[in-house]
Design a protein around this ligand. Structure first.
Ligand code: GDP
Ligand code: GDP
Length: 438
């Protein structure tokens, strides 16, 4: 499912990241413990009164060597382009500034739904003194305090009210996948090479983001249909912010949200960067299938038997949590092993949808506890009663235990490994939830 998008804009220091963190904090406590994902976060999911949405802090996309005006103008453009609802944030203690007026004018012209939040209204006086902000022409100002949390409920009510009822994207039964990776690793070359290999292109359609083009094609051999999700870097449009790392990370995350399977592309001649880890970590947390494709393998000279193994070891070390992701060495230029990409996408999608009977799972649980007896923590022994699958895509299991606090990460990893050796879950993350048996 594709979530509607909310974007926060405003001058530096008005409190965008404070409000962003407040909106997403509820969810953070439940999920996300992959290293590197949380730092400098500018994109996450939020929820209010049962409505889910994605949220972008455009303040995190900074432009080097640009004036403040250019920077906030660029951020407002990103917000308009990416979001369904834009929240403009201003500072109650500073009042209306010329930069606020610039941003307001751009937003007003876009005809996007806008919500105006007056932040740092920490006390009653400040909350009542917000009427100057009507001059921005963006409608009723909502007084909030990001630090104290006051006014956040009314603000979120208003945001949710303005969200579109359902995303425009139509559901179909094609397998959706995308190529993710830094600029110049060869994403668009891979897209073109794959489309060039005797496949029937069904259609190219506008993605949810303006200018994004998704391509649908059918495999001639088996008739399976696929949708290749367009990604930042594939179609370049020449805007100033497009070359920034943060923006490309943001676009990658948006593409991951829309994909079943993500092909993480690395450049065989270069190493893994922080940016790669953040994006890969996001795909993992989002429960997407992952393939790691090392492209430009043709250009790696002096390679022998060991080179591939060394690069594999390096990837495994850098992306420990992606131990389930197949690694392939390809060349878009020489059309080497490209067939494997589409085949793996299909296999992984099958694995994501795999359902295992409870009887088999409980056999596995019996065997597993015989191999490695459940640990004892502070004189209390973990007891595992029952294992059952509750969801697919990603495969999600519930294990009923005597005390969920005793179900530690290492034993969870052990059970996951048992699942992987018994059933084929190649390429897909697995989630396990421990519940107390009533
Ligand atoms: P951003 O640059 O717009 O993302 O702003 P930040 O969220 O980083 O906040 C800038 C500063 O304003 C920080 O020192 C925050 O602690 C402070 N701040 C944010 N929200 C509030 C608020 O509601 N009241 C007060 N008094 N300070 C706030
Ligand atoms: P993107 O920014 O990730 O979409 O990367 P591009 O597809 O635009 O490729 C960047 C550059 O790498 C171009 O000059 C391509 O010709 C080159 N390139 C892409 N794939 C390969 C490959 O498999 N081998 C070699 N040697 N060069 C490649």
């Amino acid at each position: 499912m594709v979530l509607p998008v909310v974007a926060l804009v405003g001058r530096p220091n008005v409190g965008k990241s404070t409000i962003f963190n407040r909106i997403i904090s509820q969810r953070l406590s439940i999920v996300e413990d992959t290293p590197g994902v949380t730092r400098d976060r500018i994109y996450a999911h939020g929820e209010w009164v049962g409505k889910e949405f994605s949220i972008i802090d455009t303040g995190g996309i900074t432009l080097d060597d640009q004036t403040l005006n250019k920077e906030i103008t660029g951020q407002a453009e990103i917000a308009i382009e990416e979001a369904d609802v834009v929240v403009m944030i201003v500072d109650a203690r500073v009042g209306v500034t010329p930069e606020d007026e610039i941003v307001a004018k751009i937003l007003y012209k876009s005809h996007k739904p806008i919500v105006l939040a007056v932040n740092k209204a920490d006390n009653l006086d400040q909350r009542q003194d917000i009427y100057d902000f009507y001059t921005l022409g963006l409608g009723e100002p909502f007084a909030v305090s990001g630090v104290h949390g006051t006014g956040m409920g009314d603000l979120l009510d208003e945001i949710v009210k303005k969200l579109p009822a359902q995303s425009e994207e139509k559901a179909d039964d094609s397998i959706k996948f995308s190529f993710i990776g830094r600029p110049n690793v060869g994403k668009s070359s891979l897209v073109n090479a794959i489309l060039g290999e005797k496949r029937v292109i069904v259609s190219q359609m506008e993605g949810t983001t303006r200018d994004a083009i998704d391509t649908s094609f059918v495999n001639e051999v088996d008739g399976q249909s696929f949708t290749m999700i367009d990604t930042a870097g594939i179609r370049k449009r020449g805007k100033v912010y497009e070359n920034t790392e943060k923006y490309s990370v943001l676009r990658a995350m948006r593409s991951i949200d829309r994909s079943d399977v993500v092909v993480m592309v690395l450049d065989g001649e270069q190493g893994i960067r922080e940016q790669d880890k953040r994006v890969a970590g996001y795909a993992h947390e989002a429960g997407r299938g992952v393939i790691i494709a090392v492209n430009k393998w043709d250009a790696v000279i002096h390679k022998d038997q060991k080179t591939m193994q060394e690069f594999t070891d390096y990837i495994r070390k850098e992306f420990r949590y992606l131990n389930y992701a197949p690694i392939i060495f390809v060349s878009a230029l020489k059309h080497q092993r490209l067939e494997q990409i589409v085949e793996l996408v299909m296999t992984i999608n099958e694995n994501q949808k795999r359902r295992i009977q409870s009887s088999l799972l409980n056999e596995l649980l019996l065997k597993a506890t015989a191999i490695a007896p459940a640990p004892t923590v502070k004189n209390k022994r973990l007891r595992l009663y029952y294992l059952t699958q509750v969801a697919t895509t990603p495969p999600t299991f519930v294990v009923f235990v005597n005390d969920p606090d005793l179900f530690h990460f290492s034993y969870e990893r052990f059970i996951i490994n048992q699942l992987r050796t018994t059933f084929d879950f190649t390429g897909t993350p697995i989630k396990i939830i421990a519940r107390k048996r009533k």
